[in-house]
Unconditional design. Structure first.
Length: 112
């Protein structure tokens, strides 16, 4: 007797799971080897291995990454130029000469 509960033996090869369900002992309490045998008998299955050539995929991504990094640098440069123009206009002054041409040139490069 433990915690006020008496142990009861079940008949016909039955057992109680941790959840409190009554199950057949042979169906619910299989060894790993028995589970593997049952899986193979039911599905014909065995261990499946999948290999992915990661090095080849990474090599193909390098040029795309370089283009993305270059585009990011151009976007940051354009953002800085736009901030300069906005600050000048907000202050009531004329933007620096050539600033508009730089903005247009970077915008053209980014739109390609």
């Amino acid at each position: 007797m433990r915690n006020g509960v008496t142990r009861q033996l079940l008949q016909n090869g039955q057992a109680v799971t941790m959840e409190g369900n009554v199950v057949l002992l042979r169906d619910d309490m299989l060894t790993p080897a028995a589970i593997a045998r049952a899986d193979k008998a039911a599905t014909g299955g065995s261990t499946t291995s999948v290999s992915i050539p990661a090095a080849a995929n990474m090599a193909a991504l390098v040029p795309q990454f370089e283009r993305t990094a270059s585009r990011l640098a151009q976007l940051r440069q354009l953002t800085a130029l736009l901030e300069q123009r906005t600050a000048a206009l907000a202050g009531g002054t004329t933007p620096a000469p050539g600033l508009e041409k730089e903005i247009q040139a970077l915008s053209a490069q980014l739109s390609r």
